[in-house]
Design a protein around this ligand. Structure first.
Ligand code: GLN
Ligand code: ZN
Length: 759
């Protein structure tokens, strides 16, 4: 009989209890006993949900006070030395200092977890790193679950993925040299599980779904040849892509089972089915851990029938990956339409789906009612008039290649723009948002709750815009923005004005630490019934003689940061979004806005894990952007903005977007990121960020001027722009004004210097 399990459950709580407890702890309003109490309650609640769904195991070890990678560093004892903490005695306060920084030390670096929008804390390892053990939280949680007589299956990130995702402050340091020590530490952990009578440990190695070179694959073998013979059973977890190319190697290892992601890579099933000996567990990830649609349970069960007959209890059923990427439960959704709601499954509902599939394999008759309910929901979704919009389909069908190109090439456009826009050398600008003050947030909350009338709200926002415009003029910026005062989120703001999108009340997904996002759901063809931000942009432009840049979110980012429909290719949805943005851009141009920025911070995030899949993604993503931008005349200047990602390996695609100007985040790496653009000879305008907007620190004008001079050495000044790394919405006004004033000063000084050197 097939067995059931999950790789992890969202830890934040259905009402974001963990977030609120964390933040109150940070503010010093509650002590660690309170926070630990909430954490325990949540863990128990989530385990009980798994028990109630009759899963054969409950996942333990998926809880973290901030992030699972940080928890692993705390368990292994490999904390960044610069903090000077004793790993065995790490307090919660110190744990949070690692995550958020303290007076003496900046926080550990945070970066995106594979191709998700979840951010983990990057381990900092060096030649002196030891893994002599840290806090016992992991074991305490296991004991907690054992005390409740739960069938415990602990989950940890495996040693290879841990090393792969780490970095070293020591240049040239070979992280793999730490592997022997690290494996010894994992062996100790397995020993401690043995003492507790635990049978299985799941070690997640999503790195196995990347293109790994020989050296890393050898390391993989070396590690699991040891870990596999510990006396405990090891389930090797892979997800987010195929691991089929490693099936022959993995099948030789003494591990006892492998979990594979059959949502992202269904084609790998056949390979594993033949490669993996029948006495080993094959865990089939058949419920989508990354999306929120109800599954076709009957079809999934049918597809596993033969495998079940072959493997019996060595077939495990699971979601494709940890459920941390989906909201906790549909039960909290009171406003979602009943029809749409019946098409969805969040984490809690997915537990039942997993269990139903196992039941269908074991006892089809008993599973009949649940399968019939799933069928009915799917039939209703397929037939629903809410999904299909003929106008949109016709529009998509009539897209031409010409729509994906500007009228003239960049050099011709740029000379037209130089004459019409009359900007100085090294023009200064910002990325779009300005500080979202408590007053703005309160007004928006009141308006949303129906406590403030629409007209009053509009007036408040207009007054804010006016003040933002005035401040930018006083600062002496060259290209102004309207400040995004009315936007709480750059995707939700636009999605809210479109057809085909739905919003949850409580569909929160952890983004990093206590930060959660509520991705909109794209359920139908995307249609723009009327302009979305033309009024706001025109109002801003009417307040000043200077140019106001219109800022809107690009099609790829709209797609990446939403839950996307699974009944058509992502590329089709991207085209629909591209048309919507295109229409808005054209309307902005008609209304007199002459510089338009199409933000694509998530452009890189959508890149597949396997390089062989890159060209296909880059093709449609680039086309979507070009369609969005391609409707305007040569005189209209198109900007784009990207940040916090590794661009260097996709520079040809970025150049192919053919934006007149790209602003990127570079200050944290002291312009290192720019090197790639230079090496590649990036042809268009570029604004490398001159200061970090994620920190309240105000850099001096001198420091920014030095960065700019470095940029000038490698990019002709005529193509350089001066701007911060990213938007300013999380900053306060005092530091924003101080930093921008220094930035403008730096640009002016350098302009002068350049003018003198020409003379
Ligand atoms: N225009 C957005 C802002 O300024 C861009 C945000 C982002 O890059 N994530 O906030
Ligand atoms: Zn940004």
């Amino acid at each position: 009989m097939a067995r059931t399990h999950i790789s992890g459950f969202p830890r934040i709580g259905a009402q974001r209890e963990l977030k609120f407890a964390q933040e109150s702890f940070w503010r010093g309003e509650s002590d660690d006993a309170y926070l630990k109490g909430i954490a325990k309650e949540l863990r128990i609640r989530h385990w009980e949900l798994q028990r109630a769904a009759k899963l054969d195991f409950v996942a333990v070890g998926d809880f973290a006070y901030y992030d699972q990678m940080l928890n692993l560093s705390a368990l292994l004892g490999s904390l960044p030395e610069r903090f000077g903490f004793d790993p065995a005695k790490l307090s919660l306060t110190q744990y949070y200092e690692l995550a958020r920084g303290n007076k003496a030390q900046p926080a550990m670096e945070m970066t995106k977890w594979f191709d998700t929008n979840y951010h983990y804390l990057v381990p900092e390892l060096g030649p002196d790193t030891t893994f002599n053990g840290g806090v016992d939280w992991f074991f305490d949680e296991i004991d907690e679950a054992l005390a409740l007589h739960l069938p415990v299956k602990p989950v940890l990130i495996g040693p290879i993925t841990y090393l792969w995702l780490s970095k070293s402050p020591v240049p040239g340091f070979d992280r793999l040299s730490l592997l022997p020590k690290l494996v010894i530490r994992y062996m100790r952990i397995l020993d401690q599980l043995k003492q507790r009578g635990i049978e299985w440990l799941q070690l997640d190695e999503p790195a196995l779904c990347l293109d790994l070179n020989e050296e890393w694959l050898e390391a993989f073998k070396a590690a699991y040849d040891v870990l596999g013979v510990s006396g405990r059973k090891v389930l090797l977890g892979t997800y987010f892509d195929t691991a089929a190319d490693h099936a022959p190697m993995v099948s030789q290892l003494p591990v006892h089972g492998v979990h594979i992601d059959l949502i992202r890579a269904p084609q790998q099933l056949q390979v594993w089915r033949t490669a993996l000996p029948a006495d080993k567990v094959l865990s089939a990830g058949v419920i989508d851990g990354r999306n929120i649609w109800r599954a076709d349970l009957g079809e999934i069960a049918g597809s596993l029938d033969a495998l079940h007959a072959e493997r019996g209890e060595h077939l495990w059923i699971a979601p494709s990956c940890s459920l941390i990427h989906v909201p906790v439960t549909l039960a909290c959704e009171t406003k979602l339409g009943a029809e749409l709601k019946s098409w969805l499954a969040f984490a809690t509902e997915k537990l039942d789906e997993v269990s139903t599939i196992a039941l269908a394999l074991r006892d089809p008759v008993a599973a009949e009612p649940a399968l019939a309910a799933a069928d009915a929901a799917l039939d209703a979704r397929r037939a629903s008039g809410a999904v299909m919009n003929v106008l949109v389909q016709r529009r998509v069908a009539s897209i031409t290649d010409a729509m994906a190109s500007r009228k003239s090439p960049f050099t011709a456009r740029s000379s037209v723009q130089r004459h019409s826009l009359k900007l100085p050398l090294l023009p200064t600008t910002t990325i779009g948002s300005f500080p979202q003050t408590p007053a703005i947030r309160q007004a928006r909350a009141a308006y949303k709750r129906g406590k403030m009338r629409a007209l009053d709200y509009l007036e408040r926002m207009r007054a804010e815009t006016a003040s933002v415009i005035r401040k930018q003029e006083e600062l002496g910026l060259d290209v102004l923005v309207h400040g995004e005062v009315e936007r709480n989120d750059m995707v939700e703001f636009f999605a809210d004005k479109l057809w085909g999108f739905a919003f949850t009340e409580n569909g929160w997904v952890q983004n990093y630490g206590s930060q959660c996002v509520k991705p909109p759901i794209i359920y139908g063809d995307v249609y723009r019934p009327e302009p979305m931000m033309v009024d706001a942009a025109c109002h801003a432009q009417s307040l000043t003689e200077r140019l106001v840049k219109g800022v809107l979110t690009g099609p790829v980012t709209m797609l990446e940061w939403s839950f996307v429909r699974d009944d058509q290719p992502r590329s089709t949805t991207a085209l629909q979004l591209a048309l919507v943005i295109r229409d808005e851009v054209i309307d902005l141009e008609k209304a007199g806005i002459r510089i338009i920025q199409i933000d694509e911070p998530a452009f890189r995030e959508g890149l597949p894990l396997r390089q062989e899949d890159w060209p296909a993604y880059l093709e449609w993503a680039t086309r979507a952007f070009r369609i969005a931008a391609g409707g305007v005349s040569d005189a209209t200047q198109i900007h784009t903005h990207m940040c916090y990602s590794e661009f260097n390996d996709i520079l040809p695609a970025i150049a192919d977007l053919d934006a007149d100007v790209i602003t990127i985040e570079t200050s944290r790496s002291s312009m290192e990121l720019l090197d790639g653009f230079v090496e590649f000879a990036y042809p268009n305008g570029i604004g490398p960020g001159v200061y970090d907007t994620h920190s309240p620190r105000v850099p001096s004008a001198d420091a920014m001027q030095q960065l700019l001079e470095r940029a000038c050495d490698v990019v002709p000044a005529e193509r350089l722009w001066v701007n911060p790394d990213c938007g300013l919405k999380t900053r306060g006004w005092p530091e924003t004004e101080a930093a921008l004033s220094n930035m403008v000063q730096a640009a002016k000084t350098l302009r002068q210097k350049l003018a003198e050197s020409i003379r």
